[in-house]
Write a protein that binds this ligand. Sequence first.
Ligand code: FAD
Ligand code: UDP
Length: 382
Amino acid sequence: MNADLVVVGSGLFGLTVAERCANELGLRVLVLERRDHIGGNAYSEPEPQTGIEVHRYGSHLFHTANARVWEYVNRFTSFTPYQHRVYSVHKGQVYPMPINLGTICAFFGRHLSPDEARDLVARQAAEVTRAGNLEEKAISLIGRPLYEAFIRGYTAKQWQTAPAELPAEIIGRLPVRYTFDGRYFDDPYQGLPTDGYAAWLERMADHPNIEIRLGADFFDLRESLAGAVPVVYTGPLDRYFGYAEGELGWRTLDFETSVLPTGDFQGTSVINYADEDLPWTRIHEFRHLHPERTWYPDDATVIMREFSRFAGRTDEPYYPINTPYDRARLRSYRDLAKGERDVWFGGRLGTYQYLDMHMAIAAALTLYENRLRARFAARVPE
Ligand code: FAD
Ligand code: UDP
């Protein structure tokens, strides 16, 4: 293919750009994908023995408050009404997570009204006067006892970085509620793609002008492309520049999948493990993501234990750590990125940002509307 645009990475950022440019501008888009499948970390596939849809990179829950993104994604898939609820195990007891009135009552072993719970937590949170990092922010929201039970150990396993070094925004992702509402997300639009992620992602890429090349690493082809074709790059930012400013810190994950001879292993889709004596952070049981799929077997289930560790250069980078040291390096990389002609950096890896799916899609739509459309304006079909 003689491409007008090369997109590096077929995650939701790359696919959104490819879809818009092919459908609206008639561009020929070549998508290079290092892995053997499209869709980045959102990819899912049926486990062969049971047919249960497994999210290869951990449970992916779609949720957004952005009506524009919701309208856009509904062009490619419908969504089930699934609402995510998580539980957390601490010292052999199970509690609802994120922290809500049910968690607070169970943890303190008392029936508290919303106002009583608020007063109790406010007293326990009073020791913190600023919320400049994850630890301070968490204690300011929930007080020290709940922080030490549900956040400190989990965060130690997830990040292996002192909570005082981590940005406050990480914990800001979790709501704290003084009601018994135990949903993981507040967003008005939530659900799972009815036919699975792979079907959704394939429909986005289904256009005669889009060519997807799997197993293709941009860095093996870079010389032949150099400067000739505009590029949207969604791989790791530091790798693009040959780590010239040093490595940005990433966490990677190891997933351990098992098929078990029972119809239900844990009674829900995700259980978090708050204590450090167990090495995994959470266990996913995928059948519970689709209660409407009555054809799933009742004598087998698929679970996945998730473990977190520092990423080396050959590991998949999943979570930007974002210490103050990383942020200083990121500023240098952003300066380098500004100097690249006809290259746009996007997505979780390309901008070194913690992006959910809806955020990656929103950012890609914005890049398309504000930059790419103008760049290719002369080519817009009549
Ligand atoms: P990615 O999905 O990471 O895609 C980038 C793609 O680029 C990858 O396929 C990669 O192989 C490819 N690539 C990289 N370098 C090269 C190269 N040199 N050449 C060719 N290809 C390359 N979001 C939610 O909304 N809800 C969730 O519940 C949720 N859970 C998550 C759980 C985990 C464990 C993780 C890691 C992420 C989760 N996310 C979730 C976020 C979501 O998976 C995506 O990260 C997000 O949509 C951003 O998409 P992206 O396109 O930027 O990146
Ligand atoms: N977190 C925690 N205990 C939990 C769940 C989350 O301490 O039971 C903290 C942890 O630091 C985590 C952050 O809150 O990284 C954000 O949680 P979220 O579930 O959004 O993380 P993700 O699903 O993206 O891994």
